[in-house]
Design a protein around this ligand. Sequence first.
Ligand code: FAS
Ligand code: PHB
Length: 389
Amino acid sequence: MKTQVAIIGAGPSGLLLGQLLAKSGISNTVIEQRSPDYVLGRIRAGVLEQTTVDLLDTAGVAARMHQEGLPHDGVELCFGGERHRIDLLGLTGKRVMVYGQTEVTRDLMAARSAAGLSTVYQADEVAVHDFDSASPSVSYLKDRVRHTVQADFIAGCDGFHGICRASVPGAAISLHEKVYPFGWLGVLADVPPVSPELIYVQHERGFALCSQRSKARSRYYLQCALSDEVAQWSDEAFWDELKRRLPQATAAQLQTGPAIEKSIAPLRSFVAEPMRFGSLFLVGDAAHIVPPTGAKGLNLAASDVAYLWQAMHSYYAGKHSEIEHYSARALARIWKAERFSWWMTSLMHQFPDAGSFAQKMQRAELDYLLGSQAAMTVLAENYVGLPLA
Ligand code: FAS
Ligand code: PHB
């Protein structure tokens, strides 16, 4: 089989890139190791930046998001038992869209299927070949038959644990990583959210986040120990701990119910540089990871896709220079989001080895933040998303 772009991975990066390339008349095939249901079953991001909303509009997959998504004009920080609203719209003129990554992926899958675009699910032994040559290819096993796809380019949209970044020679890539000494225990439940907007909670017992998927479905997170396992957290234990970390008046309003999903995610900051190796391009989590405190992961994947789509569109239109700038352009925005995600994580979490001085610094930073329009504007403009330069 021959295609212009072989895309590895059918997560948001791969599917959004495939949709935009097809819009530009650029042939592509998506090769995914899991089933569609497995991909949809991973509960992840919940907040979309305006740049991501605009890209989904451009890709023609935003109709349901505009119907069911929840535009949010503000977000709350809670510490010392007090809730403080950050007026995102008033400070930046922008809002965020609350619409789950699962729904974004579902919309992208439906659009790809409706367009009859080539997608291979449950592909085994996926491997990339000769990406440092003019004739790269991807091979995979499907129903015990080995297939090879010849392509002009390979897009590595296969996430943090994928094979694309792992296929790059060690001497050609630089890795930058910080692993945090805690994780996030997440629960999805069909109960109304405790608050109309998200609440990020800094508490001596640990961080908590009150998020949502709709007016009837909530998403909550608790900072937990890396040694924790989901099995040791009953629903009751989760709700009791969340109530301990919320102000009493808020805890009294919390509606609880059975968890329909419960998982623990480790937190890390990670960037691979560069993001291009000959005909292989790394996109999204394959190239970078952020702690979810800043709601940047999915949005960074979307901006990578925007840059690569524009570069490939130009390439096939005969302007070959733009593709040379993909990596530097993407990394410029990635590092700024890495900084914000690290800063939010450092500000809002309890660090096991932190002494009283570090805790005083956290509180001083929060007190300063809420007393300074300039400081709140800095937080707000990063949270709603920096422009696509
Ligand atoms: P993905 O990992 O989503 O998709 C990669 C795809 O490639 C997967 O479908 C995988 O099966 C496939 N693949 C892997 N190896 C392959 C191979 N060898 N061959 C073929 N296919 C292969 N971001 C936020 O903004 N907010 C959050 O709250 C948040 N929570 C998260 C929780 C967890 C547990 C994780 C892991 C991430 C979270 N993220 C969050 C970040 C997340 O949303 C990512 O940024 C987003 O999924 C990135 O999308 P992709 O780059 O498509 O990578
Ligand atoms: C979510 O709803 O899953 C979510 C929202 C904001 C974050 C992280 C996760 O910062």
